[in-house]
Design a protein around this ligand. Structure first.
Ligand code: AMP
Ligand code: GLY
Length: 425
């Protein structure tokens, strides 16, 4: 098979790595890719990454499968476009991608399906917003309806802050993405990620993973795309998985079917555990990043037959995914200043000194025309390790992250801190 992976972050590097290991796969291409992906995949020189350009390339190269990483392309309708030409693509349609691209769409669907989630009101003017605020206590949560690069969520402590945030959202701080706002109840608990493959009827789950969204140790500092992750999570028991499938996955897929919305791709459920019960914070329509890195190094099964089965609507024929014993952890090495502004083009050293058993997934890296490896993004590497125990995996990923050198590089030394305290207690 010839496979095309769309995207260029750590998640896509992990996907390319896993797909390239499949005995079914002869050749992998990727776009826009990064310096790490370039070691396994052909990266074409395309003029841009518009869905039309990608379709044109896929048609020319006659790929057997195209796999889409980021939500951006799905929200732009890349799956619909490929479908018009009958070109196989793993990823949901534009209509289904609203589950991530519109929080109001997602919340309304959850309410209709009876999926446990924070109580909410959707508003689109200051007047409506002010009226809605009266029915909430503080803290409360305000979310831009549309895609806002993970920055469209604000937790507000009091009425004054709520008024200020509301004016900011409605006033256009997130352009059109924030002109409609979800106001919702604050849920206090521990977050968990549940990721699964589905063809809309059947699903196959990955083990629970936990991400670390804050920039700095001790879960302080601004929210980021994720600074590290690990799997499995001890609170993610079989019982919890059963509850999630029964209360969240089943009802969601059923209501999508009832509305005639096909769903073939990834479903990522961002959960908040409140007193042992799962509530949905958000749905994403793609693999999590950096959760995917730890899930794929743990995955024993060949991923490719599953991706194909999803596309062909026959996932129900596939056995459960199987995973290696042990645990995996990933530590993100980021550019100084991230998630705010940061420099690019900084020379990277040290990667030749990593342990051979470590998976070094690149995110924001490129090679200069002279072949020098330099930074090109906020998150630069996801240093990933698998071990017999979580403690070993975390220690190895953290230690190796420290060997990577570039100006201003930083990473968290406390990935999996909650779990490590829990399991050594
Ligand atoms: P979201 O993009 O909806 O996942 O929100 C981003 C982050 O904001 C989540 O990962 C949580 O840490 C936090 N968050 C979102 N909604 C809530 C809520 N209702 N209660 C508490 N925290 C929340
Ligand atoms: N790690 C969080 C996300 O992928 O959205």
């Amino acid at each position: 098979m010839k496979v095309f992976v769309v995207g260029g972050g750590g998640r896509e590097h992990a996907l390319v790595w896993k797909i390239a290991r499949s005995p079914l796969v002869k050749e992998v291409h990727a776009f826009p890719g990064n310096a790490g992906i370039a070691e396994y995949a052909v990266i074409p020189a395309l003029p841009d990454d518009r869905p039309e350009t990608l379709l044109d390339y896929a048609r020319r190269e006659r790929f057997d499968l195209t796999v889409v990483g980021p939500e951006k392309y799905l929200a732009q309708g890349i799956a619909d476009l490929f479908a018009t030409e009958g070109i196989p693509l793993f990823g949901v349609t534009k209509e289904a991608a609203q589950l991530e691209s519109s929080k109001i769409f997602a919340k309304r669907l959850m309410a209709e399906a009876g999926v446990p989630t924070a109580r909410f009101v959707a508003v689109s003017s200051l007047e409506e917003g002010r009226a809605a605020l009266r029915s909430f206590s503080y803290p409360l949560v305000m979310k831009a309806d549309g895609l806002a690069k993970g920055k469209g969520v604000s937790i507000v402590a009091d009425r004054e802050a709520a008024e200020r945030e509301l004016s900011g959202f409605i006033g256009g701080r997130f352009k059109d993405a924030g002109k409609r706002v979800v106001i919702e109840e604050f849920l206090d608990g521990e977050e968990l990620s549940l990721i699964l493959l589905t063809d809309g009827l059947s699903w196959r789950t990955f083990p629970f993973a936990q991400d670390h969204k804050r920039a700095f140790e001790g879960d302080t500092g601004p929210n980021t795309g994720g600074m590290g992750a690990y799997t499995p999570v001890s609170i993610g028991t079989e019982t919890l998985l059963g509850k999630c499938e029964e209360r969240i996955v089943g009802p969601l897929l059923e209501i999508l079917r009832r509305k005639g919305i096909g769903y073939r791709g990834v479903l990522y459920i961002g959960l908040m555990m409140v007193e042992g019960e799962p509530y949905v914070l958000e749905y994403n329509v793609r693999f999590g990043d950096p959760e995917t890195e730890v899930l794929l190094v743990s995955l024993e099964s060949d991923l490719v037959p599953y991706l194909r089965a999803v596309c062909e609507g026959r996932l129900g024929e596939m056995p459960p995914l199987s995973f290696r014993e042990g645990a995996a952890a990933t530590v993100v090495v980021a550019s100084g200043g991230y998630p705010g502004s940061y420099r690019k083009g900084l020379s990277i050293g040290g990667i030749d000194f990593l342990d051979r058993s470590v998976f070094l997934f690149h995110a924001g890296t490129v090679r200069t025309p002279e072949g020098r490896l330099v930074t090109a993004g906020g998150r630069v590497f996801m240093v990933t390790a698998h071990g017999d125990s979580l403690a070993t995996a975390v220690a190895q990923a953290t230690d190796n992250a420290g060997r990577i050198l570039f100006d201003g590089a930083f990473f968290r030394r406390d990935i999996a801190h909650r779990e490590l305290r829990r399991i050594t207690r």
